[in-house]
Design a protein around this ligand. Sequence first.
Ligand code: NAP
Ligand code: G4F
Length: 370
Amino acid sequence: MPRALITGITGQDGSYLAEFLLARGYQVTGLRRRSSTQNLHRIQHLTGLSLVEGDLTDLASLVRVLDETQPDEVYNLAAQSFVGSSWQQPLATSDITGLGVLRLLEAIRTVNPRIRFYQASSSEMFGKAQTVPQHEGTPFYPRSPYGVAKLFGHWITVNYRESYGIFACSGILFNHESPRRGLEFVTRKISDGVARIKLGLARELRLGNLEARRDWGFAGDYVEAMWLMLQQPEPKDYVIATGETHTVREFVELAFAHVGLDWRDHVVVDPALFRPAEVDLLVGDASRARRELGWRPRVDFPTLVAMMVDADLERLGGGRRAGYSLGPDDGPTEAGPAPGGRSGTGDGGRRMPHRDDAGREGGAPGGGPG
Ligand code: NAP
Ligand code: G4F
């Protein structure tokens, strides 16, 4: 039975990747950092997942975890991943999102250099995009401390591949979303806001730059590409994207229209939510992944928007779509027992209570960049 270690197991992608690998017969261990509150809501429905404690800022913990779990594959999904917060916490972002990759690669080199390694690189590295669409050869021009930190992680991954022969791949993933997306990211902020307005729980939705364009796909599709990269004969870097770009405004329009509302009656543009430096246009060319991995996105843009709005309506409205009537369960939900053979929610992952998603705009309190 192949063994995989996933960092960032409590996040959006960690949960989908764990599901994917468990379904393929992997023995999966998730690395989680110590938290004073429950944050297992995205993975509590999974059985057979083991958790170990460690932190990307603590090299000793990474060496210990690799030594104890002896994985064949390591997926590094952990990061301070919210671009807006990277201006509020540039040093912490660089330490976790940038140097954390180096610590993990050093731990791999020390414990077992035959481990296959996946690094979660990002289209944010293209920043002020130098070509349209962006592909593996497009020059990088990051526009945020997060993008700069990811660029370090990307190049140190390439460097460890070239210096030590480690099977290390960097997946340059464009934005991917789902009902499990954190509430601070714009798509989930919109789907949650639309559901609240439809259900009479809120009147307005405050957003920043509506003209930014992103290439949005479904997270469940993208984790398959991570796995495919580590199954190839040679390690390489791959762009993963849909090839379509849409403005934030288009996402807003579709999300409100899905519940029969006009977005112009509810959306307020708040200049405080604009970023110090913006990434205006991202659209990826995933032809290498299509050709060499046989990977394709399955969920299109309108389906993604509808899926996210419906999931938030169900979460906030007690699961009754017809009439969108209010249910009793609009607050934090008990996260339940930890995975690892013990019972989860019992819902097969279809309905996910979002304990720490009860807040609204998590990333930019006090009107900082959104
Ligand atoms: P996410 O939901 O924000 O999850 C981030 C994960 O990293 C969480 O599990 C978090 O744990 C963990 N983490 C943060 N700091 C850590 C530390 N010091 N040590 C150990 N774990 C730590 O992010 P995501 O959307 O799943 O994205 C997964 C990865 O892909 C990230 O590296 C992200 O930057 C990258 N990426 C994402 C996208 C996208 O569109 N989603 C696109 C390109 C690249 P806590 O629960 O304890 O905070
Ligand atoms: O949803 P976002 O916060 O995602 P962003 O900045 O594109 O970053 C995400 O995708 C990256 C891949 O390209 C990942 F690497 C990264 O970890 C993360 O997953 O913002 C998207 C756009 C931005 O242009 C932002 O200015 O939406 C715009 N926006 C407009 N109003 C807003 C808001 N973003 C947020 N978060 N909140 C707003 O109110």
